[in-house]
Design a protein around this ligand. Structure first.
Ligand SMILES: [Zn+2]
Length: 149
C-alpha cells in the first residue's frame, strides 16, 4: 500500500465545490463511522493517527503550534505551560465535540493525538496527551493535559 504525503493530499481540483466540506460530514465520518468500524479500539487508533498527522505537520514553537491548530480549524487553542514538562491545552470550538450534548464520555482522541504530535515537534521530546474536559461531559471547551518526557 502506498503512503501519501501532505503535499499530495493537498492538491485539490474542485472548481465548483472548493476545499471546504460541511463539518457535519466530518463528524459523521469521525464520530459515527470510525467508532462503528473500529469499536473499542477507536480511541487508541484515532490518537495514534492524530499523533502521526501532528508530527507530519510539525511546528517549531508554541506560536506556530497555535497557528496550525487554528489554520486547520481543529479548534482555537489556549496553551498554558504549567511546568517544564507539563502543558495544559484548552481547545475552544473543537472540531469534534463543540456543541455536543452531554454523553458522559470523551472521544476527542484524534485531536488529543494531533496536539501531542505537534508538541513533540515543538519540544523535541515525547508527548503523551490525555483529554480531561469536553463538551460531551458538560464543559463548553475541550481540555488536554500533556506530559513531555
Ligand atoms: Zn473536543
Amino acid at each position: 500500500m502506498k503512503e501519501y504525503s501532505i503535499e499530495e493530499v493537498s492538491h485539490i481540483v474542485r472548481p465548483q465545490l472548493g476545499d471546504n466540506i460541511p463539518l457535519m460530514l466530518y463528524r459523521i465520518l469521525r464520530v459515527i463511522g470510525m467508532r462503528k468500524i473500529l469499536g473499542e479500539t477507536s480511541g487508541a487508533t484515532l490518537y495514534m493517527m492524530g499523533k502521526q498527522v501532528g508530527a507530519m505537520i510539525g511546528a517549531k514553537d508554541l506560536g506556530e503550534f497555535e497557528k496550525k491548530i487554528k489554520e486547520l480549524k481543529v479548534g482555537i487553542p489556549e496553551v498554558q505551560v504549567v511546568e517544564e514538562d507539563y502543558i495544559i491545552v484548552k481547545l475552544y470550538e473543537c472540531i469534534t465535540c463543540a456543541g455536543f450534548v452531554y454523553t458522559g464520555e470523551m472521544f476527542c482522541d484524534m485531536e488529543s493525538g494531533i496536539i501531542a504530535g505537534l508538541l513533540e515537534s515543538v519540544f523535541k521530546k515525547k508527548a503523551k496527551s490525555t483529554q480531561t474536559k469536553s463538551w460531551s461531559v458538560g464543559y463548553n471547551f475541550c481540555e488536554f493535559e500533556v506530559m513531555l518526557y
